[in-house]
Ligand binder design. Sequence first.
Ligand SMILES: *[C@@H]1O[C@H](CO)[C@@H](O)[C@H](O)[C@H]1NC(C)=O
Ligand SMILES: *[C@@H]1O[C@H](CO)[C@@H](O)[C@H](O)[C@H]1NC(C)=O
Ligand SMILES: *[C@@H]1O[C@H](CO)[C@@H](O)[C@H](O)[C@H]1NC(C)=O
Ligand SMILES: *[C@@H]1O[C@H](CO)[C@@H](O)[C@H](O)[C@H]1NC(C)=O
Ligand SMILES: *[C@@H]1O[C@H](CO)[C@@H](O)[C@H](O)[C@H]1NC(C)=O
Ligand SMILES: *[C@@H]1O[C@H](CO)[C@@H](O)[C@H](O)[C@H]1NC(C)=O
Ligand SMILES: *[C@@H]1O[C@H](CO)[C@@H](O)[C@H](O)[C@H]1NC(C)=O
Length: 470
Amino acid sequence: MIWYFIVIVTGVIPLFSSRTSTAELITELPGQPDGVSFKQHSGYIVTDPQRGHALFYYLVEADARDPLSYPLTLWFNGGIVALVLIRYCLCYCLPILIDFGLGPGCSSLGIGAFMEHGPFRPARDGGLMKNEFSWNKVSNVLYVESPIGVGFSYSNTTSDYINWTDADTGTSELFVTIFLLVKSNEKLKCPFEFVLGNPLLDSQISVDGATFLWSHGLISDETLKLKETVCNDSRFLTEEIHNNISKECAEVHEKQVEEMGNFTAPDDVLEPYCFSGTAAMQSASSSAWDAYHAKLARRMVLTDPCLADSIISYLNNPQVQKAIHANTTKLPSVWQSCSGPLSYQGLNLGNDIIPLLSGLIKEHLPVLLYSGDQDSKVPLTQTRIIANMIARDLKFTSMGKYAPWYDKMQVGGWTQSFGRSRKGENATHLTFATVRGAAHEVPYTSPSQALTLFKAFLKGSSLPKVPFKN
Ligand SMILES: *[C@@H]1O[C@H](CO)[C@@H](O)[C@H](O)[C@H]1NC(C)=O
Ligand SMILES: *[C@@H]1O[C@H](CO)[C@@H](O)[C@H](O)[C@H]1NC(C)=O
Ligand SMILES: *[C@@H]1O[C@H](CO)[C@@H](O)[C@H](O)[C@H]1NC(C)=O
Ligand SMILES: *[C@@H]1O[C@H](CO)[C@@H](O)[C@H](O)[C@H]1NC(C)=O
Ligand SMILES: *[C@@H]1O[C@H](CO)[C@@H](O)[C@H](O)[C@H]1NC(C)=O
Ligand SMILES: *[C@@H]1O[C@H](CO)[C@@H](O)[C@H](O)[C@H]1NC(C)=O
Ligand SMILES: *[C@@H]1O[C@H](CO)[C@@H](O)[C@H](O)[C@H]1NC(C)=O
């Protein structure tokens, strides 16, 4: 299996010195720790010369003596349409991982690389810290800020920012893929697996967080009842998309917000609140902040609830932009983690990509749906319903029992695989896995578990079913 990736990678890295992309080697990132031996490249890929569209990318080579013998992973934060492109170039594409599913997308550089699984995380002092669970320990990783208007990616035709749709994203992401293919001059093979984390797969099932919130004690019995009978999250989202929130939905929503309070992130109901630089700073004492931090330190070494703020200051630093060859055209707005100038066609949020996903599985592309179990935005309960639904529709049987998977000596989460038995051989086509203690952005809060999950994905093997020592 790994062989496919060797083929892919051999051709792909040299392409970044071509004329179509202004690919450049990063000499050193400001604040970069000492002893970094892997190479980093970044720059723009022009996806539409007529309209002046350019997507920003960041390529991190594998942290190994021979990076060319490692696979290449293409990472998008958000952007349903990479799914569509996979469908069209099935058997020719690279492994593609998508974090959020539907929607306009957030920055793969800011969120994917600097918050989730890149080699560094910005520190509060403006420097960088090493991420010992970086995915470039086992793969070359290409992060693309997609579509135009996200992060450093831009359009010189600013009217293109208005009413941007998933189909538009698909076209440009397709371009990136074709670009890679043409340049790599190799006959690429099928990717062997496809991974989606806490994905927004539809607007009906995925977002229904009432039971999750209630079972974690964030809302009252009464509010649960109201959400079940008056206005559920799916209806609320639909009304929000249509810019037409009814009185009863507004009331239920308000009650929920009041009960949850101001200091809990829907992304991760366990995460301490970041008090720096917000209005909340004034209302909380510093001893409260210290207590949060102590709790945090017990829970995870790397997670800093203010990381998002540090990323924003880091990427808006002109020296950093110069070092990574970004913002070469003096863009009018500042760098933001999600769509800045882009005005996304909100109705697209109603798109249902479950049929697309089923189609991919039918075409023998194995899929892993993982779910951080502290996320209330796209809760595990809902992703599990969707996984079961797809398995039922495709007439899959359970491959083994619902069981824990392990990250070293600890339980990493729970998992269930589905597939078919043919001639006594079991073939897994769909895997559902929870990640214990993880946020919407799984590697952010649970980097070690995420790396274990990613390693299994690259090997094409199932998640570790027994504890193991490193
Ligand atoms: C956008 O416009 C700037 C300034 O004219 C130019 O330097 C740049 O190459 C253009 N970008 C694209 C992708 O055409
Ligand atoms: C955006 O698209 C919607 C739905 O197609 C349409 O009603 C609206 O007029 C469009 N807005 C602009 C500014 O083009
Ligand atoms: C949410 O409410 C709508 C009606 O408002 C209903 O059609 C739908 O089935 C509900 N969804 C769930 C998951 O209960
Ligand atoms: C908004 O919703 C109300 C009832 O919920 C409906 O009567 C009205 O037609 C809707 N308006 C639009 C523009 O969809
Ligand atoms: C929560 O936020 C709302 C709106 O910003 C504010 O009115 C309210 O006082 C805040 N509550 C607390 C406990 O800080
Ligand atoms: C690009 O640089 C200009 C200054 O030249 C700055 O005002 C702007 O905020 C930057 N934009 C981004 C997206 O970094
Ligand atoms: C295939 O899966 C079934 C059901 O989980 C199990 O009973 C059987 O032992 C498996 N066969 C092999 C060869 O792994």
